[in-house]
Structure formats: structure tokens, C-alpha cells
Design a protein around this ligand. Structure first.
Ligand SMILES: NC(=O)c1ccc[n+]([C@@H]2O[C@H](COP(=O)([O-])OP(=O)(O)OC[C@H]3O[C@@H](n4cnc5c(N)ncnc54)[C@H](O)[C@@H]3O)[C@@H](O)[C@H]2O)c1
Length: 418
């Protein structure tokens, strides 16, 4: 089977490589010439564990080729779209999707299957996508097939999750869903569930909004625990011993490309209290960098050096998209000498170092923002010899408190009252 993947980013490239590894003939299409060049050289333009080896292999075996030329879709059986769908001022910006659909529509042939993997507002497949494809191609839906198959992978785990996670496939009609399901059954061992396009669109947004709201609840508990003198981490651990409770963990903010935007996409057509529920959750999470910066201000004198540990938006990855650290840095940089450490990150718009010693040397406060596994095993004896003042603020309850205290550090954690 021949497949075109349109958009070779964090979703599209791993997907294209995964499909190629399963024997599909894959054409990757992107408007970014630099990205296309790198993919054809077998070098991933994004960081993703396991991707470099698999990409090199499928390019070598000629199972995957990238191009900027949309004409290549004339020769494929299915076209999968994975272009960005950002949210601007609370509303989805579907201009990238519309542009991709227009280019596809110009070349669409009878019998082809179009699948949208991008995260989209409910109603987009049946509405905008069908309308653009019909208008531009001159074909009627039915002469081509159309489905939405939301991508559920987590960056950092893409090369395993693509092969294992249950795939949801929503068709404009059951026949469309079945055609797309047939493709994904060859990719994932996690099973494929077919539904309508609108249910698939809404379930993807429901997944991410559920997680965002759950974290907002944990953050609300953290702020209360600080005020009352409780320990939110213990409170949540205890609550989660109940068989039907699963409270997520608080932190200095929610980052990443999905949870920061998908709730807005779901809330947009809502009104009144349901809309308020989702927006308030978002606002709580968006306020956490400010809360963390206030905790820093309680612990460190203005003018002193503060070492922020972790620049990635979550532990174990180098992805800094919407990272809380970027905001915390902005909030503190005018009043403190702020150093930022991350073991994984390679590029960032703010200054940072991969060298922990350099970051903490002369610091009056070490503030842990990201739950990188590396921070569980910090050498507190060594750090004690490097810092100016022995103070640590743990935003993720991740460091070895006993070790830090043993070496003279004053320990504070987000969500723990005095
Ligand atoms: N990143 C994630 O973890 C993740 C997870 C699940 C779902 N999603 C969703 O998947 C979609 C893609 O996200 P991403 O993170 O891969 O984005 P990305 O920005 O990493 O990649 C998108 C790619 O599309 C290309 N592109 C833009 N317009 C194009 C066009 N008209 N034709 C061809 N290529 C075009 C860009 O050059 C880029 O390479 C979004 O809707 C996102 O919400 C992302």
C-alpha cells in the first residue's frame, strides 16, 4: 500500500517512519525544504528516541522518501494529514489544514482515502475538510473516502506508542472508518476502534482536557495545602489509594504542544458554566509559573543567583514547547541572576547550559522545575560545595530530600505548607 504523510513534524515524521517500517511505501510531504532534505539524508529534524535508527533504515531501504511536491500524492492509495492546528485567541487556526486540503484536493483521484491525524475542532472532518476536498477536486464524497484518526502519541515515546496504542478512527461514513481502520490495523497491535468522525474529534479533545483539568485540580489542592500547612503530595497519594480516584500531580505549570491548546479547542463552541469549567482549569495551570516564581521570591533575595533545573516541559525529553521554565525565567530575570540547566535540551530562545555545575555555582537557590529522572540522583554533597546558599525549592517533589537536608540544604516543595 502506498501512503503519503503530509506534514513531517513531531507527529507526521514518526508516523511516516513507522508506516515505512511496516512495509508501506511512504512519501512524506512538507513545505519546509530543509526538513525534507534532512529526512532524505536519513537524519531526523526532531528529537525522538528510537527515530534516528528507524529513519536511517527506512530511507536506506527506499521505503520512505520526502518531497515538497504535492504531485506525488497522485500515486498513493491514502493520504494522512499531520499539519499544525494551533489555537489563537482561544480559537483553532485551521489555515495550515485548509492549505494542505486544497493542495490535496487539486490532485485527488477517485478511490483515494484522506485521513486527518491533526487535532481538530469537532465537526471539521464532516464540515470544512469534506467541503474543501469536494470543491477543489470536483469529486463528490463517496468517490473519495474521508476519516479522522486523532494522534494520541506522547512525544518521547512515539516510536513505541505508534505500534501499541489503541487507534480511534472516525469516518464520515462507516465505510470511510473501515477503510482507515484497515490501514491502522497493519500498524498498531493495540487494536483499532471505529466510530463517527465527530466522536473521534471530540474524544481526542476530551482526553487532553480531562488531563488538563485533573492537573488544575491538583494545582488548586497544592495552593490550598501551602496555605493550610498540609503536604499535597501526601494528600494525593492518600486520595489515590481509593480504587476510583486518580488525581494527577501538581507542578510549576503545564507545557507541551497539546494540553496547552486542546482544551481551548473543546471549550470554543461551549457556553456558560461548561465553558467556564474548562477555561478556569486552563487559567489555573497557566498561573502556576507565576506561583512558582513567587515561591522563589520568598526564598531568594533579589540580586542573588537562582538556578532553575529543567527547561524541557516534562521529564526525560528535550522538548521545550510551551515549557513553564520559559515563563518562570521571564518572571525572574530582571530581579535575579537566573541560570537554567537541562541535561537534554539542545536549543532554546533563553540562555541555558547542559553543565549542572556551571548552573548551580554560586547560586542562592536551586529551584527544580522539570521532573527529569536525573534530578532524583543529584549529588547533594557536591552541590553543597558549589552553591552560595544551601536552599532548594522542589517544584515536582522529585529530589532526594533526605540527602539534600543531610548536606545542610533548607528544603521547600511546591504544595507543602510550612
Ligand atoms: N506533537 C504532539 O505530541 C502531538 C500529539 C498528538 C497530536 N498532535 C497534533 O498533530 C498535529 C501536528 O502536530 P506536530 O506537533 O507534528 O506539529 P509540527 O509543527 O511539529 O509539524 C507540522 C509539520 O507540518 C508542516 N506543514 C505546515 N503546513 C503544511 C502544509 N500546508 N503542507 C505540508 N506540510 C505543512 C510543517 O512544516 C511541519 O513540519 C497538530 O494538530 C497537533 O495538535 C500533536
Amino acid at each position: 500500500m502506498r501512503v503519503a504523510v503530509v506534514g513531517l513534524g513531531y507527529v507526521g515524521l514518526p508516523l511516516a517512519v513507522a508506516l515505512a517500517s511496516k512495509g508501506f511505501e511512504v512519501i512524506g510531504i512538507d513545505i519546509d525544504e530543509e526538513k525534507v532534505k534532512k529526512v532524505n539524508e536519513g537524519v531526523p529534524p526532531i528529537e525522538e528516541p528510537g527515530l534516528p535508527e528507524m529513519l536511517a533504515e527506512v530511507v536506506e531501504r527506499k521505503k520512505l522518501r520526502a518531497t515538497t511536491n504535492y504531485d506525488e500524492i497522485k500515486n498513493v492509495d491514502a493520504i494522512i494529514i499531520a499539519v499544525p492546528t494551533p489555537v489563537k485567541e482561544g480559537k483553532a487556526d485551521l489555515s495550515f489544514l485548509e492549505s494542505a486540503l486544497t493542495e490535496i484536493g487539486k490532485r485527488l483521484r477517485r478511490g483515494q482515502l484522506v485521513i486527518i491525524e491533526s487535532t481538530i475542532p469537532p465537526g471539521t472532518t464532516q464540515g470544512l475538510a469534506k467541503e474543501v476536498l469536494e470543491r477543489v477536486s470536483g469529486l463528490r464524497h463517496g468517490e473519495f473516502k474521508l476519516a479522522h484518526a486523532p494522534e494520541r502519541l506522547a512525544p518521547g515515546k512515539a516510536m513505541t506508542e505508534l505500534f501499541t496504542v489503541t487507534k480511534l478512527v472516525g469516518g464520515v461514513t462507516p465505510e470511510d472508518a473501515e477503510a482507515a481502520a484497515e490501514l491502522y490495523r497493519k500498524l498498531t497491535s493495540g487494536g483499532v476502534i471505529t466510530t463517527s468522525a465527530i466522536n473521534a474529534e471530540m474524544s481526542k479533545l476530551a482526553e487532553n482536557t480531562y488531563r488538563d483539568l485533573n492537573i488544575a485540580f491538583a494545582n488548586a489542592l497544592a495552593i490550598l495545602a501551602e496555605k493550610l500547612g498540609a503536604d499535597v503530595w501526601e494528600v494525593i497519594r492518600l486520595a489515590n489509594t481509593h480504587p476510583r480516584v486518580n488525581v494527577h500531580l501538581p507542578g510549576p505549570g503545564v507545557g507541551g504542544p497539546c494540553l496547552t491548546k486542546d482544551p481551548y479547542m473543546l471549550a470554543y463552541p461551549m457556553e456558560g458554566l461548561p465553558r467556564d469549567l474548562i477555561i478556569i482549569g486552563r487559567k489555573i495551570n497557566e498561573s502556576m509559573p507565576q506561583h512558582f516564581a513567587e515561591l522563589v521570591r520568598e526564598l531568594a533575595e533579589p540580586g542573588s543567583k537562582v538556578a532553575l533545573l529543567g527547561l524541557a516541559y516534562k521529564g526525560g525529553v528535550d522538548d521545550i514547547r510551551e515549557s513553564p521554565t520559559l515563563k518562570i525565567y521571564e518572571l525572574l530575570k530582571d530581579d535575579y541572576e537566573v541560570s537554567v540547566h537541562d541535561p537534554y535540551v539542545k536549543q532554546s530562545p533563553i540562555p541555558f547550559t547542559n553543565d549542572l555545575e556551571e548552573a548551580v555555582k554560586g547560586a542562592s537557590l536551586i529551584a527544580v522545575v522539570t521532573d527529569h529522572p536525573d534530578y532524583k540522583e543529584l549529588d547533594w554533597e557536591k552541590l553543597a560545595g558549589l552553591v552560595k546558599e544551601k536552599k532548594v525549592l522542589d517544584g515536582r517533589k522529585i529530589i532526594n530530600k533526605e540527602e539534600a537536608v543531610k548536606h545542610g540544604f533548607e528544603y521547600r516543595a511546591l504544595g507543602v505548607g510550612l
